[in-house]
Design a protein. Structure first.
Length: 340
């Protein structure tokens, strides 16, 4: 029976799979793909100690029985919080993960089945942890299957991304000395230090590339202190830089800017990546990061998928039904062009 990508998208959206809690959606996909005639493997991924979760998590790899595919479709099963169940109207499927990236899972499964009907074997690799630390991709990279091409799915509006920005995540910390706020001279304010440190960081000129655009910086969170009438003895901020080149210059600039005020701990780096095009398919530049840098052993990467990144991670996440169905045929077309 032909697969209905819209129905499958809704089924996947309705399984809560916020990062570190992907076990249920992985189990559903493994059983679903087995029932559709694929050979399925669960690839265990260690739980992150900081998550305090003890639930099982694993990547799901599927292919035709006894077949080692030259091309693998891949995307991620996890979502950002909060969980938002699915709904639909005439035009859209709504809910957390509808475009990032459960609708993409549905399109890739449907494309793999169409290719199978045409005598072309394609693999499927669905990963955990993309929204946090790419733990699933890093695990998968230790167990490649010999594929020549990897089509990675993210919301690109059904265009091929010529590049994806890197990411540099950092924690800025300042320390001080508590005192009564009526006598600030007796204390040392960590919050004042962190504000000045962030002011200096925001003034750093960031790298830019003419064909890609500028690097960008976001101060995502600021925490510290105890109460308005207490001089703060600690403060912390988390920042994320979207990079368009190597990180070394930006790292040094941050360290120099906050010297004497605060310390910095670089907690995550995903490198900037240039990617290939496919003749006849429209292109774009992805300002976001993906699992691709951690999947180097799975073949030459192509980045594309239905949906708009502008609604991902928002309360209004949605995916146009026509775009989802078009993605199935586009995935088939691109796969055939790559393998020709």
């Amino acid at each position: 029976m032909p697969l209905d990508p819209i129905q499958l998208t809704r089924q996947l959206v309705d399984i809560e799979s916020i990062t570190y809690n992907e076990g249920a959606v992985g189990a559903f996909l493994a059983e679903f793909l087995d029932g559709r005639g694929f050979s399925v493997e669960k690839m265990p991924v260690a739980q992150n100690a900081e998550s305090r979760s003890t639930t099982e998590r694993f990547n799901v790899y599927a292919c035709q029985p006894g077949h080692s595919p030259n091309l693998v479709f891949s995307t991620h099963m996890d979502t950002v919080p909060p969980f938002i169940p699915s709904r639909e109207d005439d035009e859209f499927v709504y809910g957390r993960g509808s475009c990032d990236a459960k609708g993409i899972i549905a399109a890739q499964v449907a494309a793999a089945e169409k290719l199978r009907d045409q005598g072309i074997g394609a693999g499927l690799l669905f990963l955990v942890g993309e929204e946090r630390d790419s733990a699933g991709a890093k695990t998968a990279n230790q167990h490649p299957r010999g594929s020549r091409f990897l089509i990675n799915g993210e919301p690109t509006g059904n265009r091929i991304a010529l590049a994806s920005k890197g990411a540099l995540r950092a924690v800025i910390r300042a320390t001080g000395r508590m005192a009564h706020s009526a006598y600030p001279e007796l204390g040392e304010s960590a919050t004042h230090k962190i504000i000045e440190a962030l002011h200096r960081i925001l003034a750093i000129p960031l790298p830019s590339l003419d064909d890609v655009g500028p690097s960008t910086l976001n101060i995502g969170s600021i925490n510290g202190g105890h109460a308005p009438n207490v001089i703060a003895d600690h403060a912390e901020a988390q920042i994320l830089v979207r990079l368009v080149g190597p990180s070394e210059e930006t790292r040094r600039a941050i360290e120099q800017a906050i010297d004497g005020l605060a310390t910095v701990d670089f907690t995550l780096e995903i490198p900037f990546k240039r990617l290939r095009s496919v003749e006849g398919v429209p292109t774009m530049i992805a300002a976001f990061t993906t699992d691709i840098p951690w999947l180097t052993n799975w073949g030459e990467p192509v980045l594309m998928g239905p949906g708009s990144i502008h609604v991902a991670h928002t309360p209004h996440e949605k995916l146009a039904k026509h775009e989802l169905l078009e993605a199935v045929d586009l995935y088939v077309e691109v796969a055939r062009l790559l393998l020709a």
